[in-house]
Design a protein around this ligand. Structure first.
Ligand code: GSH
Length: 203
């Protein structure tokens, strides 16, 4: 398969984490959304929503939306439980990540990192939403090691992606020890080489 994306994007990183963890073969096709490369006619012909990540399979089928992609790739693996209720609980966190976490934590990061917005100039409503999301994660993780069940799932992958960079969006994890411990567990479980990602992402 071909993965179209950019490693400065947590949404794209999710796909790389799952593919690497499961040993799936892929070609990484760099697409820089900040430079508008996800809005070219050629890219829109493949992925009409004009966003990264996108995945094209060998048989010609294509899939967009990071959490739909990782859910598809993880089917039948330990990253997505077979049990219907456990799988629905994973979905619960995937939808929550997209509605309540990513639009706040990732967007604050994008503004500060790519658009030069100062921490104090962030939208207060968005900041409050991000703080609330991180607080909910901290409360949840204080009582358990992983988001669902006793091991890492794609719920952890989805939430790891931007939480690891929360500081770049002006969020402070210092008073959130359960999140910090969980981030460390994720790095081990997903065999994340911090320097490799930092280098690939140009950080
Ligand atoms: N809900 C989508 C969000 C994708 C998204 O926002 N991608 C950003 C990069 S992280 C993008 O392509 N932005 C460029 C654009 O929308 O033109 C997902 O999870 O895949």
């Amino acid at each position: 398969m071909r993965i179209y994306g950019d490693l400065t994007s947590g949404n794209c990183l999710k796909i790389k984490i799952v593919a690497d963890r499961l040993g799936l073969a892929y070609e990484w096709v760099p697409v820089d959304a900040v430079k508008g490369e996800s809005r070219t006619p050629a890219y829109l012909a493949l992925f009409p929503a004009g966003q990264i990540p996108g995945v094209a399979f060998a048989d010609g089928r294509r899939l967009a939306q990071s959490n739909a992609i990782i859910r598809y790739l993880a089917r039948g693996s330990a990253l997505l439980p077979d049990d219907a209720f456990a799988a629905a609980t994973v979905d619960q966190w995937l939808f929550w990540e997209q509605y309540s976490h990513e639009p706040a934590v990732a967007v604050c990061r994008a503004e500060m990192k790519f658009r030069g917005v100062r921490r104090e100039a962030r939208d207060p409503a968005r900041v409050a939403r991000g703080e609330a999301a991180l607080d909910l994660m901290e409360r949840h993780l204080a009582g358990t090691g992983w988001f669902v069940g006793d091991d890492a799932t794609i719920a952890d992958v989805a939430l790891f992606a931007y939480t690891q960079w929360a500081d770049e969006g002006g969020f402070d994890l210092a008073a959130r020890p359960a999140i910090r411990d969980w981030l460390d567990r994720c790095k081990v479980a997903f065999r994340i080489e911090p320097d490799a990602i930092a280098t690939a992402a140009g950080r």
